[in-house]
Design a protein around this ligand. Structure first.
Ligand code: SAM
Ligand code: SF4
Length: 461
């Protein structure tokens, strides 16, 4: 064991990066690194980056500038600070990062971070390294498992990557290039990770993947298993009260996954199903491989299996060629589905993707106007969804202390934050809470009397 050093990992972008950041810290722990929440006293700062939209890249370069100043200050104190850039931007830009930002010591791609201990040792010996080749080995076979303390510190709700990469090639998206082809982890390896999390007190697991319902990992019988089968397997892990998964593609919503929603109490009644646009013309130009009707049919099949399902989505406005009529189709789809919430973005041309070359690109002002109108509609739907819960009783997983004394913060089955007065000893419990009040993203409630009446969406805990 070498002398203790500190690593600060900052995550940008999606939940997959949050998961990867934790695994980077886990993998560096046996090499003597402890995690620090502060960049200024770190020996190693890792920026785990996102490349999905142009703004994401801009943010990283300005963060490198800030860390470089800390690095200079450390040097004046006779201390060496290393800067590593990891994740999708590292994968996409590689050497260019070091050309633009010479203070960066290491660029490591999203499939190579299991090599961090070795790469850091080489950087310390004086090399400046770019490691972005997709490796032959599977990083999950090499990554160190998290220590119990690290799991406990991260809370009772955890992410687990089950699938990476994407073969869909939507014309706007960089993911197939930055994360590579679809790869799924084997069922029993995922189950072992979930068991380890549960043994350290984790109560909720969100299975993540760029295209999570395309999951096809090897089952214990040697055959490829679907995400539905995987969920049934994980629902049996003692201690796991809640299961979720994200992000799904409408084309991969299989019958057994739909059945799981109807049959598995631990599977939360909440599905994030990005549609991007309500216009068939745009869906075709985006190469989404489904129509508006296909999408609505999937929603109907899911609702037939479980009536209280809530849906969220992602939308892009201002995709090349989008007209006002296409945009109105998107607005109409919002109302038709009645989403509980949604993420929305203006289209950002990404170098190397087919859409970046498409004409006509929509003027920025027009995209911004559409985004504003779309977001107003999303907020209206979200408020209506939340308001509908007032007076009802929902199961809440109590996660951590709130800001007020005696208050806990938890999550509803629909992922809303719920504030409730309750003793700390109840953290980790799933209890019925009657909703008394709402904010835009937050619900307020009180612990319900145990009347024996089942709460809405029982979590099976
Ligand atoms: N795999 C998911 C799917 O099938 O939609 C989403 C992955 S992506 C990380 C998350 C979201 O970012 C997408 O759903 C899309 O709305 C948005 N996005 C991706 N590329 C974009 C681009 N070039 N411009 C604007 N938004 C983009
Ligand atoms: Fe990107 Fe999702 Fe399309 Fe894959 S399915 S290319 S990750 S938007």
């Amino acid at each position: 064991m070498s002398r203790p050093r500190k690593v600060h990992v900052k995550s940008f972008g999606c939940q997959m990066n949050v998961y990867d950041s934790n695994r980077m810290a886990d993998t560096l722990a046996p090499a003597g690194f402890t995690e620090t929440a502060r960049a200024d006293d770190a020996d190693l700062v890792i920026l785990n980056t996102c490349h999905i939209r142009e703004k994401a890249g801009d943010k990283v370069y300005s963060e490198i500038g800030r860390i470089r100043m800390l690095k200079d200050a450390a040097e004046l104190q006779g201390r060496r600070m290393l800067i590593a850039v990891a994740g999708c931007m590292a994968q996409a830009e590689g050497e260019e990062i070091i050309r633009r930002a010479g203070a960066v010591d290491l660029v490591v791609g999203s499939q190579n971070y299991h090599r961090l201990p070795d790469l850091i040792a080489r950087v310390q010996a004086g090399e400046q390294i770019v490691d972005t080749e997709f490796p032959v080995e599977d990083k999950f076979d090499v990554l160190a498992a998290p220590a119990r303390d690290a799991i406990v510190k991260r809370g009772i709700s955890a992410f687990v990557t089950v699938q990476e990469g994407c073969d869909k090639f939507c014309t706007f998206c960089v993911v197939p290039y930055t994360r590579g082809a679809e790869v799924s982890r084997a069922v029993e390896k995922i189950a072992a990770e979930v068991k380890r999390l549960a043994a350290a007190g984790v109560r909720e697991v969100t299975l993540i993947g760029q295209n999570v319902n395309a999951y096809h990992g090897q089952g214990p019988d040697g055959r490829p298993w679907t995400l539905g089968q995987l969920l049934y397997r994980l629902a049996d892990v003692p201690g796991i009260a809640r299961l979720r998964y994200t992000t799904s593609h409408p084309r991969d919503m299989s019958d057994d996954l739909i059945a799981a929603h109807g049959e598995l109490p631990a599977l939360m009644p909440y599905v994030h199903l990005p549609v991007q646009s309500g216009s068939d013309r745009m869906l075709a130009a985006m190469n989404r491989r489904h129509t508006r009707k296909d999408y609505l049919d999937v929603i109907a099949r899911l609702r037939a299996g479980r009536a209280d399902l809530a849906f969220t989505s992602d939308f892009i406005v201002g995709f090349p060629g989008e007209t006002e009529a296409d945009f109105r189709d998107t607005l109409a789809l919002l109302d038709e589905v009645g989403f509980a919430c949604a993420y929305s973005f203006t289209y950002s041309p990404r170098p190397g993707t087919p859409a970046a070359e498409m004409e006509p690109q929509v003027p920025q002002a027009e995209s911004a106007d559409r985004l504003q109108r779309l977001q107003a509609e999303i907020t209206r739907l979200q408020r209506a969804f939340n308001a509908n819960l007032v007076g009802r009783t929902v199961d809440v997983l109590l996660e951590k202390p709130g800001k007020l004394p005696g208050q806990l913060v938890g999550r509803s089955p629909y992922l809303q934050t719920v504030h409730v007065m309750a003793p700390v000893a109840l953290i980790g419990s799933v209890l019925p809470v009657t909703i008394t009040n709402i904010g835009t993203n937050t619900l307020f409630g009180r612990l319900a009397e145990h009347t024996g009446t089942p709460a809405l969406a029982t979590a099976g805990a």
